[in-house]
Design a protein around this ligand. Sequence first.
Ligand SMILES: [Zn+2]
Length: 409
Amino acid sequence: MFNKIAIFVSFFLCFAATGACAQGLRALARIDAAQSGIADISDHEMELTLKLSQAVPYRIFTLSDPDRIVFDFKEVDWAGFSAIKPLKSEKINELRFGVFQAGWSRMVMELNEPMVLDEVGLRIDPVKGDAVLKAKFKRASPREFAAQTGPRMEAGWDLPAEINVVAPKQRQLGDRPLIVVLDPGHGGIDSGARQGDKLEKDLVLIFAKELKETLILTGRYEAYLTRNDDDFISLPGRISRARMLGADLFISLHADALKSGWATGTTVYSLSDEASNEASAYLAARQDRDDLLAGVDLTRQSDAVATVLMEMARVETKSRSDLLADMVVSGVAQSIGRLRKRPHLYAGFSVLKAPDIPSILIELGFMSNKRDLNNLLTIGWRQKVIEGIVLALDTWSVEDAAQAQLLRQ
Ligand SMILES: [Zn+2]
């Protein structure tokens, strides 16, 4: 997994909402020596724990003659750590610290025996904004060690490449048209729900196209679809498209079928960690399984690192999504008269998991219900719902921009 070199780049997300707003990367990350250290966790494993005042870019690699593990960190102040040398490992002969180049500091562990990186991860506290880096090393044969040794030597390696970084989307401030990405559910080999000859994937595509046109006509929005045709797109693929399009908000559109006795009518979902009721859990499992229908599990996103680092953005995005869901509920209720009893639900839909883009999923109705299906097939009903959604977006964008302005002060 880690051949030659492991580069992990993180970045700090400024979070006024949670009071964890530091001065970004300009400030040195401090090490909390009391909660940091290096220790043997078995006779063949050793672990480094670093408690940092903020997340920073870093990379880890090994060098031989003598065998060494090298850590490069951006903007880390080693003072606390080096002073007490919290070293409880038999595997380390010597620990050295120094500036590697402007803005980058280096820690070198000189080893008593060859060890290679086994696991590494940086966890950011979403509230306080501090971070814990854990890197586990395991004993290796001299040959294994030699095979993994050495930093990348190609030209320009001197500044660690900023891989795996997706810059979080800047919050809208009400000074430009909002970019709305509409996501018609299902598509291609995945038809979604079916009732007679009517397929969910077709109904939601029609609705999405109509909504898109209406949004563009207002002059207040740019609108795009994740799919314009009957194509299969994975759930992560839908989020990636939204991000590529620069989405300010993301709306997934569905019209699923549920067992009889379950709800009818329009329902708006925003993300929860755990699905809030049986129907949400059932639907979440259904949506998530869509990715498996192509025969390949596409849900594993490769840049897990970037995903972890977006954790902080999630907190703020969640409340923005919840507000959006509430406003869509009241907008649609105004335009079509009434909604079901609990029109805003929380579910663990993967497609809502973009950490930096407010996202909701609208179940326009349930194809399994005759009246809902009939509504979906009626342009007059669709236009009313669309009016309600546009009204909701108008209200939300003003409120959301006002909150963003407040957070900036
Ligand atoms: Zn669906």
